[in-house]
Ligand binder design. Structure first.
Ligand code: ATP
Length: 247
């Protein structure tokens, strides 16, 4: 049977001012319980897509000129609070942990999520994060700014998980990390997904993204250039030539 959609984007157009048309009619489907990867070069529109979904275009409010974003069939109107309440949580590019706060304090900042929750639920969420990312338990009293890039990425992911997301948006989690750490992050993303969270994974590391995702699409100049199962894309000449470094 077909899976229902956790997240659907239909014919999305986003413009920064009059001159920059960052997305020009992008559609995608993230089936519930799956990982969909969004690939593409610098400037293709990947971050814009995530920000449109999470309602964090900020000063560019109104930049969505056409199209819809819906979670579980309910439309989200370019509104960050609505997105968070619907269970959409973004891990921003560049991690952006609070460097002067401890690991534990950073995690607490992630608890503001879906409405008010009791202490027991919060403790449960934290135990789940510590089980998935043991390094955060070991370093709970350390200042986040003293951790390695990979550990900070784990903290950014852990902080997002504290809100118990239904749809997790990841913006280039492998950026700047060594290959071993990239593989580890990939495995963590898969485990999060196995535990039931749908994931939209934006990556420039095509090999890692296609290894963990079920479906993928390639953005180019604000348009969907290619789309299919991760296996189809990994086997296709175009992706191999342009993004996987094959001859
Ligand atoms: P990167 O990997 O570099 O983040 P990307 O695929 O995420 O690239 P976007 O950041 O979404 O691409 O950018 C899409 C287009 O929109 C680019 O042409 C970019 O220059 C432009 N753009 C992005 N943010 C803004 C902004 N705040 N104001 C004006 N133009 C912008």
């Amino acid at each position: 049977p077909e899976r229902s959609s956790a997240l659907t984007v239909e014919n999305l157009h986003v413009a920064y001012g009059r001159a920059v048309r960052a997305l020009r009619g992008v559609s995608l489907d993230l089936p519930a319980g799956r990982i969909t990867a969004v690939l593409g070069a610098n400037g293709a529109g990947k971050s814009t897509l995530l920000r449109a979904v999470s309602g964090t275009l900020g000063l560019h409010r109104g930049a969505i000129t056409a199209g819809t974003v819906a979670v579980d069939g309910r439309p989200l109107a370019e509104d960050a609070a609505l997105a968070v309440r619907a269970g959409v949580v973004q891990v921003p590019e560049g991690r952006r942990v609070f460097a002067d706060l401890t690991v534990e304090e950073n995690l607490r900042a992630g608890e503001l999520g879906r409405g008010r929750r009791g202490a027991a639920t919060r403790r449960e969420a934290r135990e789940r994060v510590f089980a998935l990312l043991p390094v955060l338990a070991e370093r709970r009293r350390q200042r986040a700014g003293l951790m390695s890039g990979g550990e900070q990425q784990m903290l950014a992911i852990g902080r997002a998980l504290m809100a118990d997301p239904r749809v997790l948006l990841l913006d280039e989690p492998s950026l700047g990390l060594a290959p071993r750490m990239v593989r580890q992050i990939g495995a963590i993303v898969q485990e999060i997904n196995r535990q039931g969270t749908s994931v939209l994974l934006v990556e420039q590391n095509t090999a890692m993204a296609l290894a963990v995702a079920h479906r993928a699409l390639v953005l180019e100049n604000g348009l969907v250039r290619l789309e299919g199962t991760a296996a189809e894309l990994a086997a296709g000449d175009e992706v191999r030539r342009l993004y996987l470094g094959a001859a």
